[in-house]
Design a protein around this ligand. Structure first.
Ligand code: ZN
Ligand code: ZN
Ligand code: ZN
Ligand code: ZN
Length: 566
């Protein structure tokens, strides 16, 4: 009997087949299958191609009775037998192959690219798309705010104008009036003096005959041909005008321009890509060798992590194999190592120097930041977003604790000195750039969070009704929740980005036994918890990508429906 293949998830017609896990899938659940982080490496094909390709002949345009079976890979051109006879000469020494061979070659070649498009790029774009919609009300809100500000400014402008008309303008006009009247008065004085002078000249001239020498000397001092007719200051009353015109543009100019600044390419927000699972999913257990009672872990990738005890620092893969170790011995049980975005290791050596071990140069660490005499560096972290290095330290000579931010090449950028730090044992950064510190204090230990600029945000003092909180190893998940190991309750405590207690992190029925440290891989959103009792790392996932990211936005059956209608 013929049994139709159906989708394992919904019973609809099976269209696709997962080569990796053998699952039959409909168009919708193919997408869902691809966004599930568990299946990140699975490859899905059309169901009918499960047992090989079913190739139809494609016929030549010029010779419709002949199939194109030959392909020139140098010119990207197909040929039927007849075309080939005609054009053979032009393709001598070219890479010729069967069309089907070329098809298989390129299909295989682009398989990884298609896998990446399907499982990463497509969901990424959908998440970005989801982020655009909320931007519309956001934009409207911004415009409304601008409107309010403009109205406010216009109101102030009106007040200023009234003030000007009432006070400033009359004052200004009065000043002008006084100035011109002053000039007119001066003209009168000048003119009066000039008239007196002219009369003097005329008088001297008339009475010169009895004293000719004196007259000649007078002429020398007062050359008559250079006497001006009227004083220079005697000008006509100036014409006073005022531009009475006002345009809308003038008013707009007064209100000022609106500046629109570009802010870069969109990135999807995690709230549109990820969701918390109702049940934490157990993914596996990794036996750990090379360290005893580890206290800190840094994920290098989804499958490899650095783990340290007080002395040793080793790199372990998902099978438990020790891949590498650091020859320097450590001497602190705190967050002394971290992994950069590129996968290099950063760690604090015995002398409080920050050293870097490149992922490929396995045995030669270099010093990135030299310790100063009074420093005691305790913890280090590399930012996912900026690649900056955060270092938690105590500076003994001034008796202060702080977190210093360095650029990836070790240049100091700024420091956060928060009164709530006394001993920053572990440090990490959240996706909103908050700096998150596990702080040890003789009186009350807490998780202390400042924003990226160093302003204090909150402290978390432990799960409710559980006094004696001792935060240690700390990390953040893809949804910006904070996971911290509490050495008092011997459990992993989960709090949200604003410091609200969520729950104790546990996998199935207490798979996590006597945990000691926790780490998170952002690559595939897995949580690594080290248990000291059996020296194992339990790998689990409490976050997955949202299903909608894989669902086709266009109904895949729409075409068929259309055809049926016709
Ligand atoms: Zn289905
Ligand atoms: Zn699969
Ligand atoms: Zn042809
Ligand atoms: Zn050719």
């Amino acid at each position: 009997m013929y049994a139709a293949r159906v989708c394992k998830d919904c019973g609809a017609d099976c269209v696709f087949f997962c080569e990796t896990c053998g699952k039959d899938l409909c168009s919708v659940h193919k997408g869902v299958h691809m966004v599930d982080l568990d299946n990140a490496n699975h490859f899905v094909i059309l169901y009918r191609e499960r047992n090989g390709y079913f190739i139809k002949d494609e016929y030549c345009e010029k010779h419709p009775e002949l199939a194109c079976k030959l392909w020139c890979d140098s010119c990207d051109e197909p040929f039927c037998d007849e075309c080939w006879k005609e054009k053979k000469k032009d393709h001598e020494k070219h890479a010729m192959m069967e069309v089907f061979e070329a098809y298989k070659k390129y299909k295989e070649e682009f398989k990884p690219k298609i896998a990446q498009l399907r499982s990463e790029v497509l969901p990424y774009n959908r998440a970005i798309l989801a982020g655009i919609e909320p931007d519309i009300p956001e934009c409207e809100a911004q415009i409304a705010e601008l409107k309010e500000k403009m109205r406010d400014k216009a109101e102030r402008l009106k007040k200023y104008i009234d003030k000007c008309v009432k006070k400033k303008c009359p004052k200004r006009l009065k000043r002008l009036e006084n100035k011109i009247i002053g000039q007119l008065n001066q003209q009168c004085i000048d003119l009066q003096e000039h008239i007196d002078y002219l009369r003097e000249l005329v008088y001297r001239y008339e009475h010169s005959a009895n004293k000719p020498a004196e007259f000649l000397l007078f002429l020398k001092d007062h050359p008559l041909d250079k006497v001006p007719d009227i004083p220079e200051s005697c000008k006509e009353l100036p014409e006073m005008t005022f531009n009475t015109e006002v345009t809308k543009e003038d008013v707009l100019k007064l209100l000022g321009e609106i500046t629109v600044e570009e802010t870069g390419i969109r990135k999807p927000e995690y709230r549109f890509t990820l969701e918390r699972l109702r049940v934490v999913k157990y993914l596996g257990t990794v036996p750990v060798t090379g360290v005893k009672s580890a206290c800190h872990m840094s994920c290098k990738s989804a499958t490899e992590f650095w783990i340290s005890d007080k002395v040793n620092l080793v790199l372990i893969d998902q099978t438990g194999k020790k891949l590498s170790d650091v020859k320097d011995k450590l001497d602190k049980e705190c967050g002394v190592h971290a992994v950069t975005k590129d996968g290099d290791l950063i760690y604090i050596d015995k002398k409080s120097n920050i050293r870097k071990l490149l992922k490929d140069k396995k045995d030669k660490p270099s010093t990135l930041i030299n310790s100063k005499e009074s420093w005691e560096t305790l913890s280090v972290f590399c930012s996912f977003e900026s690649d900056d290095i955060l270092v938690g330290m105590i500076i003994h000579n001034i008796n202060r604790a702080m977190v210093v931010r360095y650029s990836s090449d070790g240049k100091e950028k700024h420091f956060i000195e928060c009164e709530h730090y006394t001993t920053p044992l572990f440090v990490t950064e959240n996706h909103n750039q908050d700096v998150v510190v596990s702080n040890h204090d003789r009186n009350s230990s807490s998780v202390v969070v400042t924003n990226g600029g160093g302003e204090y945000r909150f402290s978390f003092n432990g799960p409710p009704k559980e006094p004696g909180f001792k935060p240690r190893s700390i990390c953040v998940d893809g949804l910006s929740n904070i996971l911290v190991y509490d050495d008092n309750s011997k459990s992993i405590v989960m709090i949200d980005v604003d410091g609200h207690y969520l729950e104790i992190f546990q996998v199935q029925q207490n798979l996590i036994q006597s945990p000691r440290c926790v780490s998170y891989s952002i690559d595939n959103h897995t949580v690594f918890v080290y248990s000291s009792s059996n020296s194992h790392v339990v790998v689990s996932r409490h976050i997955n990508r949202q299903e909608y990211l894989g669902k086709p936005t266009i109904d895949p059956d729409a075409d068929k429906k259309k055809k049926k209608k016709n």
